[in-house]
Design a protein around this ligand. Structure first.
Ligand code: PRP
Ligand code: URA
Length: 206
């Protein structure tokens, strides 16, 4: 299942990200803010449990999140979204999957994996700004499933129709939330109009 956020704040911030003149500082800020906005929608189905809260005026009903949220940034670019999502779920655990797309074949190569143990209440939130061919995301979901995660949602900044299709075919049970579904991929498998190489723009390695 695939959801594109239709929100004026996301559209305005995405325009800043797309602008090739935007530098790493503002790029990082906007990625974090969009991550937070898209994650708000992606986390709508989290479960709550009741707690009692004492206000200065009375005792009343309150809630806390019942699930164990595990945020999984795909290294490197996913790191740019981590802080934005931790603002929503500050008690979340964080796992890491390191993948790098081959420049010629666009195939992902795994170089790192460190995940907390999955529990019956775990919700894995995979974060990566770019869903292009879908290879990196599909490989990450494979890793999570092999490690026992069954409830998996994805938060991205941009997605391509090709990536959307790939995940729907390989992982139809996973919900993908994005800030914008772009037109498609170019010959080098970059998203168009896109925003370029997210990792390089976040970390100044252009
Ligand atoms: C980028 C991006 C995704 C992947 C998307 O990472 O952050 O992880 O490419 O492409 P795909 O959908 O075709 O797999 P990259 O491999 O460039 O690594 P980086 O984050 O270290 O820059
Ligand atoms: N990875 C990126 O960083 N950008 C793209 O457009 C595609 C993959």
């Amino acid at each position: 299942m695939f959801f594109e956020l239709d929100h004026p704040c996301v559209k305005a911030k995405l325009t800043i990200l797309r602008d090739r003149a935007t530098g790493p500082k503002q790029f990082r800020e906007c990625v974090g803010e969009i991550a937070c906005l898209v994650a708000c929608e992606a986390l709508r189905t989290l479960e709550l449990e009741d707690v009692e809260v004492v206000t200065p005026m009375a005792t009343t009903r309150g809630w806390r999140i019942r699930n164990e949220v595990v945020i999984v940034p795909i290294l490197r670019a996913g790191l740019g979204m981590l802080e934005g999502i931790l603002r929503l779920v500050p008690n979340a655990k964080v796992g890491f999957v390191g993948l790098e797309r081959d420049h010629l074949t666009a195939e992902p190569r795994e170089y790192y994996c460190k995940l907390p143990e999955a529990t019956a209440d775990s919700v894995a939130v995979v974060v990566d700004p770019m869903l292009a061919t879908g290879g990196s995301l599909a490989a990450t979901i494979d890793v999570l499933k092999r490690n026992g995660f069954t409830w998996i949602v994805v938060v991205t900044v941009l997605a391509s129709p090709e990536g959307k299709r790939a995940i729907a075919e390989k992982h139809p049970d996973v919900r993908v939330y994005t800030g914008c579904l772009d037109a498609g991929l170019n010959a080098e498998k970059y998203i168009v109009p896109g925003l370029g190489d997210a990792g390089d723009r976040l970390f100044g390695t252009l």
